[in-house]
Design a protein around this ligand. Structure first.
Ligand code: FHN
Length: 476
């Protein structure tokens, strides 16, 4: 009889605990629509792409961070506010917008050579200027000297190279008369609803008129006006997925019933992937929880320039090797890496960006197989670099970014993972000596370093006991 009383009290305790936990969870109308990772093919392609090109291009590209002869050392796409320029003066830049050096096919070829699998273009940045002939505002490319539909030309050129296109859209809009930073009255909300209708219609226009778009990358959603209209953010997500089943939306769009952004008030990520890592990356050890959902980091080449800035000497400019290591770290944690380019006002790509694209492309040509379809491997992080598991294969790639002075790479496999073979990706016929040092721990004896970029060792693994069994954990 006692056993039943014990089982009953155990069940009662579990139910109470569960209710307490659920009691802490808020009932949300506009929160996360699902948890974990999407399993469909569109999301699998997004995930497998791993490496993307961000393009920030707008009226801000014309002055390039310089106004009335003065250079402003802040993000060039914020020059309107840095230099305190009136909206009417700023908006008149559209009559100068004539990028005669714009060549979508050449840009797409450069992107292909660099090894990106997708491109994210600013359809409309905070300034409100539209790179497509929108029916909802005259503040668009068709009313400039250039006239041509830049978005159409980019989508066609990149798709022709087999590169997916994603649309960046800033909800924040300095140009639109009904934009509000906050809602403090019924009149404010009435006015802001006019703006939300405008943005909703533009987004439907983009999804409808450019049907090959795969993802919407929302930005400019940090103000209270959006936090107080979380319902709209969910309505936009649902609309885009009605227009295109499989459409992908970043977390930055979303606000829940209580104004919580990216993650709802119950800590669940909203949208289809996390987009909180901007100009920063997770820590490869402390932030391992990032592997639980899809996510993307976006990165500038200078410290903080998204739009074209004439003077890159004002801040640190990352090297190709630094950017390659960032790509490797991101992939090793199951994330995508979106590297930014800022075309000039005349449409040309600056020399420094071309050089970086070429250098990264040379590395990707030899090593891209570790990036595309790469994911978190679950091996213990080591100082020499990053592990990347290749989905659907028995391969784990070791991206060696920091050659140990000892010439030895320490490898600790997860329990029940056995290394059956190893070789250099650059020379599959060259295996490295491997020596078991402790239970599931091995020394890999590295070749002398002749390269100035990260190199890759391939481990072929299978389920099984990784060691000879001669080493056991201490009994403490
Ligand atoms: O203010 C923008 C900035 O100009 C740029 O577009 C970045 C890219 O993610 N997003 C905002 C800053 O977080």
């Amino acid at each position: 009889m006692k056993i039943y009383r014990y089982i009953y009290s155990l069940l009662l305790f579990s139910a109470v605990t569960l209710h307490a936990q659920n009691k802490d969870r808020k009932l949300l109308q506009y929160g996360a629509q699902y948890t974990g990772k999407r399993k469909d093919s569109a999301m699998a392609k997004f995930r497998a792409n791993r490496f993307g090109q961000f393009i920030h291009w707008g009226l801000y590209s014309i002055p390039g961070g310089v106004w009335n002869g003065k250079t402003y050392n802040y993000a060039a796409e914020f020059l309107k506010s840095s230099a305190h320029i009136s909206t009417s003066t700023w908006d008149s830049l559209m009559y100068q917008f004539n990028p005669v050096k714009f060549d979508a096919k050449a840009m797409a070829r450069m992107a292909k050579q660099m090894g990106v699998k997708y491109m994210t273009i600013t359809t409309k940045h905070h300034e409100g200027f539209c790179l497509w002939p929108s029916a909802y505002t005259p503040f668009n490319v068709s009313n400039t000297p250039f006239k041509r539909d830049i978005l159409k030309e980019l989508v066609e050129a990149y798709n022709a190279e087999g590169i997916d296109v994603h649309f960046y859209y800033s909800v924040l809009d300095w140009h639109h008369p009904d934009w509000k930073y906050d809602i403090k009255s019924a009149d404010d909300q009435t006015q802001f609803l006019r703006y939300l209708d405008f943005a909703y219609n533009q987004l439907k226009e983009l999804a409808t008129n450019y049907p090959t778009v795969k993802c919407f990358w929302f930005d400019g959603t940090w103000d209270n006006s959006i936090k107080k209209n979380g319902w709209w953010t969910l309505a936009v997500e649902k609309m885009l997925k009605q227009v295109h089943p499989g459409m992908i939306v970043n977390s930055r769009l979303r606000a829940d019933d209580y104004g919580s952004r990216h993650k709802d008030s119950n800590g669940e990520m909203m949208g289809d992937y996390g987009s909180g890592y901007e100009r920063k990356l997770p820590d490869a050890v402390k932030d391992i929880d990032v592997t639980q959902t899809d996510w993307e980091a976006c990165m500038t080449i200078p410290e903080n320039q998204w739009g074209y800035h004439k003077d890159w000497s004002l801040s640190y400019v990352k090297t190709p090797v630094e950017l390659i290591e960032m790509l490797a770290l991101t992939t090793s944690l199951g994330g995508n890496f979106l590297l930014n380019f800022g075309p000039q006002g005349d449409g040309a790509i600056r020399a420094e960006e071309k050089q970086i694209a070429t250098a990264i492309g040379e590395w990707m040509k030899l090593n891209g197989e570790a990036i595309y379809g790469g994911d978190y491997a679950g091996f213990k992080k080591q100082d020499w670099g990053y592990y990347i598991k290749k989905e659907g294969t028995n391969k784990v790639y070791m991206i060696v970014c920091n050659q140990p002075l000892s010439g030895i790479a320490k490898v600790q496999t997860p329990e029940k993972v056995k290394i059956v073979k190893n070789y250099l990706l650059a020379n599959p016929g060259q295996s490295l000596q491997i020596k078991e040092t402790q239970k599931n721990q091995f020394n890999l004896y590295l070749p002398p370093v002749k390269t100035t970029t990260p190199y890759i060792i391939v481990l072929e693994v299978e389920n099984g006991n990784g060691g000879t069994g001669q080493y056991q954990d201490a009994k403490t």
